[in-house]
Write a protein that binds this ligand. Structure first.
Ligand code: ADP
Length: 538
């Protein structure tokens, strides 16, 4: 017997409809490339998205078609998320920081017939024009007529102006309804190993992920919050904030391309940001700036972090500034959040250090996700906080295969192998120790590269650190530490090594240390260990 409740498909358009009707004056604030500030509301965005729907239909975009965006976080990118998915088409967020060849591959593989591009990224399309000419029929520049570049695109690819198209059209009357399992968004993994692979999110998966994200023990989003996602909208739906914030009616602050610490701090204070989300590198740079200048974060209450392990020292610094740090773990294939840190009755009364230790784990599985750590025989490892296992997960918003790569369908057991390695503690908190491809095995013992990095970043002279395995005749592998010092500091190898004593087993202490000016970062702001290995692990 079926229940007698109304059935409404779980569609993304319902989020924008809700925001426009019940939080119509809720603000979306965007920082443009020239640093001018655009202020709009959910009501206005909803109207413009409906016009954009007409524009898309006029450009021949139909249900299931892929439409690319090559853009930073902005109100216009938000309109596109909703307009493209709202008519049943699929927004394919393309990471402008990828190599041109990867961008060309993605556009071609996804068959993006129309590309929406920030004015500042048009040059990328010009570079790959010949490779994508057979696929793309229109390029829409996300700006006003005054921002239109002189076209160097091939014949047959129309170059159009976003604001002109919107101004010259009517709104659709209402968003169509269709199967909630329809694809809504397509995001390719950064492709540090092999070709980028597309995670194809459905309306249903994003909507359920959003409901989870808003929960009190997760991002806990409220209408009175002023939320700044510093994670880009081209990467895993900016971890879901473009959906969660409108759903809860909060103010959304879109930083655009200005993610240097001075700009971030200026915007946070001026726009009274209460919650901001980003990768550890961003938080690290901001903290360093605060320390160098004595500047203050005037309104920030919560630091949301993921994408890489947040070093304990960094967590402690923000907690001591009075902010609440929340650490989550996930990946492109899990639509963002798989685990999130929040106290349980057994840990709610921990002292400062205990609390920070808990935050330094990647947290516990949220409802909707099941995580397990297994040994080499496939058996689940004990929840003792010590035994390492390979992490896999399953859930309502976990990929079942990559787009147009049927051979990648997940096997019968239904568990997605994450490529991450970690331990689980008695509370179910997961602590990542490594990625399988970054593991360091020395004399038969595993050394956690994340631990080695975390400790180094706690050293008073260290800004950033990376640990990699280097081949060693006697031990198989040894850990090597690569360190960027803080401005004006010159840490010695001895002081660095001393700093590890008592914190890790003596054989885990890196014997080779390199002090460098900078460490390479990938397209999503994470340390590029592949590059470091090329240089050092010969
Ligand atoms: P994202 O960068 O948004 O997490 P990616 O798919 O690019 O998504 O990368 C996922 C990988 O990033 C994970 O498999 C894991 O190795 C790493 N990662 C994500 N969050 C954390 C975290 N909190 N701590 C350590 N590593 C993390």
């Amino acid at each position: 017997m079926l229940g007698l409740m109304q059935h409404r498909e779980l569609l993304l358009s319902s989020i924008l409809d809700h925001a426009a009707r019940y939080h119509g004056d809720g603000e979306v604030i965007s920082i443009r490339d020239d640093r001018s500030v655009s202020r709009t509301t959910y009501a206005a965005i909803s109207r413009r998205a409906r016009r954009l729907a007409t524009v898309l239909l006029g450009l021949g975009v139909r249900h299931g078609d892929r439409v690319a965006t090559l853009a930073m976080n902005s109100d216009r990118h938000l309109e596109l998320y909703y307009a493209i998915s709202g008519i049943g088409a699929v927004y394919n967020t393309v990471n402008p920081r990828l190599a041109a060849a990867d961008i060309a591959y993605i556009v071609d593989h996804a068959e993006d017939g129309v590309i929406f591009v920030d004015p500042g990224f048009v040059h990328i399309l010009e570079t790959i024009a010949t490779q994508i000419a057979g696929v793309v029929r229109a390029v829409v520049v996300m700006g006003a007529e005054s921002e239109m570049p002189a076209s160097k695109l091939p014949d047959g690819v129309a170059l159009l102006c976003y604001e002109t198209l919107i101004a010259g059209t009517e709104e659709i009357a209402a968003w169509p309804s269709f199967d909630e399992r329809s694809a809504a968004g397509l995001c390719y993994t950064s492709g540090t190993t092999g070709r980028p692979k597309g995670a194809l999110y459905s309306h249903r998966s994003i909507l359920i992920h959003t409901l989870m994200l808003c929960g009190g023990d997760v991002a806990g989003l409220r209408a009175v919050d002023r939320v700044m996602p510093m994670v880009p909208m081209f990467h895993v739906n900016a971890w879901g904030y473009p959906f969660g914030v409108p759903m809860s009616g909060g103010t959304l602050i879109m930083p655009g391309r200005h993610l240097d610490p001075v700009s971030v701090l200026t915007v946070m204070n001026r726009e009274k940001v209460t919650i901001a989300a980003g990768v550890p590198t961003l938080w690290l740079n901001l903290l360093n700036h605060l320390r160098e200048t004595d500047a203050k974060l005037e309104t920030l209450e919560r630091v949301l972090v993921g994408g890489a392990a947040m070093p304990r020292a960094l967590i402690a610094a923000y907690q001591d500034l009075g902010m609440r740090v929340s650490h989550g773990w996930g990946m492109t294939e899990s639509s963002s959040v798989a685990t999130w840190g929040a106290p349980k009755p057994a840990t709610a009364l921990l002292d400062r250090d205990g609390r920070i230790d808990e935050i330094a784990t990647q947290g516990r599985p949220v409802y909707g996700i099941d995580v397990r750590a297994t040994d080499e025989h496939g058996s689940e490892v004990p929840w003792d906080g010590k035994t390492q296992g390979e992490l896999s997960f399953r859930g309502h918003w976990v990929a079942s295969a990559y787009y147009r790569m049927p051979e990648t369908a997940i096997g019968d057991d239904g568990w997605f192998p994450t490529g991450d390695v970690g331990v689980v503690d008695a509370q179910g908190n997961i602590k990542l120790t490594d990625r399988t491809k970054d593991l360091i095995k020395s004399g038969g013992e595993w050394i956690s590269s994340i631990d080695i990095e975390n400790i180094a970043v706690g050293h008073p002279d260290v800004l950033e650190a990376a640990a990699i395995a280097i081949p060693d005749e006697r031990w198989g592998e040894r850990p090597m530490l690569i360190v960027v010092p803080r401005a004006g500091r010159t840490p010695t190898h001895e002081s660095l090594r001393d700093f590890y004593r008592g914190k890790v087993a003596s054989w885990s202490i890196p014997d080779r240390i390199e002090i460098v000016e900078s460490i390479p970062h990938g397209a999503t702001g994470k340390i590029l260990k592949t590059e470091l290995r090329k240089v050092y692990a010969k």
